[in-house]
Design a binder for this molecule. Structure first.
Ligand SMILES: [Zn+2]
Length: 209
């Protein structure tokens, strides 16, 4: 990833199962990479309910991060588990082929949400022939608190912490559930561990040095 950052202009592809997952789990790093010149694409798999509103919120969130947004199934409500795995992998293959990412960010296999685990599985399969770096995130402060697997890599998000909160806030329909203070507290705690003011923790699944 260092090389990517140094080159200013790498391509970053992030997979999220639902609108708001990427903002909560990786919004700080995505906003930082975009600000540093990377072309960032956010690929959201499904909208479980309330399609029009949540689509508008996803667009607003990606806008704050300054990323392109791609929603795989945007016309009607669906769950990731309703999509056959082979079809999901085929769709991911196409996105990977189109974006040719240097870095991919996806859900952790240790995520407790079933749909998130499926997205992890499909991402790993879709990258079978693509040389790129791969990081995984946990999608909520609660999940981070329960998992011991995360924390091999810390991204300094001190300069984009406010953007992350703003991007999460774009998901108004989810706002009582999305506890902004918890997100800030977690980033502060991860920052304590890693020596930054605010940080996001990632699992390193593949990295080229
Ligand atoms: Zn989700």
């Amino acid at each position: 990833m260092n090389r990517l950052l140094e080159e200013k202009g790498g391509r970053v592809l992030a997979f999220g199962a639902h609108p708001d997952d990427l903002e909560v789990g990786a919004g700080g790093l995505l906003a930082r990479l975009a600000a540093e010149g990377a072309k960032v694409t956010m690929a959201v798999v499904s909208i479980p309910n309330n399609t029009d509103q949540r689509k508008a919120e996803a667009i607003a969130g990606a806008d704050v991060i300054d990323a392109d947004l791609f929603i795989l199934y945007e016309d009607k409500p669906c769950r990731v588990e309703d999509i056959p795995m082979h079809e999901l992998v085929r769709r991911f293959d196409t996105i990977v082929g189109d974006t040719r990412p240097d870095l991919v960010i996806t859900h952790s296999a240790h995520d407790l949400h079933w749909d998130h685990g499926l997205v992890n599985r499909a991402t790993v399969s879709a990258l079978r022939r693509t040389p790129c770096d791969l990081l995984a995130f946990l999608s909520s402060p609660e999940m981070n608190a329960q998992s011991r697997s995360i924390g091999q890599c810390f991204a300094d998000i001190s300069r984009t912490m406010d953007k992350k909160i703003e991007a999460i806030s774009a998901h108004r329909s989810q706002c009582p559930r999305l506890d902004l203070e918890s997100s800030r507290d977690l980033a502060r705690a991860m920052g304590r561990i890693s020596g930054y003011e605010y940080a996001e923790a990632y699992e390193v699944l593949r990295v080229r040095i």
